[in-house]
Design a protein around this ligand. Sequence first.
Ligand code: PHE
Length: 448
Amino acid sequence: MVTLMASSSRSQFSSRFGFIMAAAGSAVGLGNVWGFPTQAASNGGAVFLFVYLIMVFLLAFPMLVAELTIGRYGQSNAIRSFRSAWPKGKAFAIVLGIGGLIVVSLILSFYSIVAGWLMGSFADSSLNLVGLADKSHWLTTFGTERNLVLMVIFMLLTMHVVRSGVADGIEKWSTRLMPLLFVLFGLLTVYIFTQDGSLEGLKMYLVPDFSHLTPELVVSAMGQAFFSLSLGVCVMTTYGSYLQKDTNIPKTAAQVALIDTGVAFIAGLVVLPAMFVAKHHGVQIFSDSGTLLNSDTLVFTVLPALFDTMGEMGAVVGAVFFLLMIIAALTSSISMLEVPVSCATEELKISRNKAVLLIGGVVIIASAAIVTNFNLLFGFVVNFTTVYSQPIIALLITLIVGWIWNRNQILTELKQGYPEIEKSLFWKIWPTYVRVVCPILMLLVFFA
Ligand code: PHE
């Protein structure tokens, strides 16, 4: 009731906690529990961690504040929010908003395929648990049919949550699933350190060897930071538009970034030691040429092989591990679908139900096209969206915030949840920082 009265008929997150869980839910995803640990593992461990932390602090956090603030100011979908920040730049806002919407839908179309594999592995571990190991071969064997079926199931789950709306769908599911994710992760971390070999992985993860530091590593760390905080695809502008006006945006953004980075860190704390525990059990983790096996081999072959060596307990650990991944993926995929859905309901004036069916349907078709032309399209779509599009859109957003949007309007917007902001260190640094340092840093890294 309170939230309804606060802003005419537009929906809102019902509490700050709910918002943090939803935004952290979007941020924490396969990028954290899979992308980060495997990138760290193949890029020298501790050095990657170190550069990544710098990237989050120097680039991603200020950007997150920018995206949330535009959204809350605009009180609308991404296209319209960009327009309110730059009333004269109508065409630009439309192109940027639609660009973000297309990129995020493409991300969802490959994300749901990977999430489908995770569901397959989860079902496989669960069947093992009840002694039906021989029934589950199909679930974990790469094949067009399996990829299609599992992807569609995951998409239907995502669509179901988004259909229920912001507070009753996204917020409710995120506040249930995220704490569960933290608990499961905690248990898994403790367990892995009881195993032989784990300390070798811990050493690789925490003791830096700066000979690994290369320009490519810095670019990867930047891309990883953008992807992980769901930046450059209008997700955070959209979520920001559902944020209550009395919320302190810099503080909330810091908490979201902290949770996201914390989960990535802990995921590394599980996966790197787990790799070496696997090695200790005789599972191959390095190829013959001495490089680490690629990331899907690690997640879908090495870790399950490790779980197998743990006997009865292994099936439980495996099921928990994959369940974790599915939860992380779902709270991210719902945020992706919400971007086009919010545009469609507000711009085309269609119901949420219809928008979800329509857009979910289109994403399923795109996803099916990737599945059926896997070798040709999968890597291409991943690269096109995460390596190029996300940083470019993020750069354009910083340019709007830094150069075009009236600074007094930004201040007034931020002040609503942070009345003393003008005197804060944050306000002394951030506006100029977003204006000058962020774009330069991004261009530098990008053209490196
Ligand atoms: N941040 C999510 C992850 O780390 C992925 C994501 C990207 C979510 C873009 C929304 C938008 O997995």
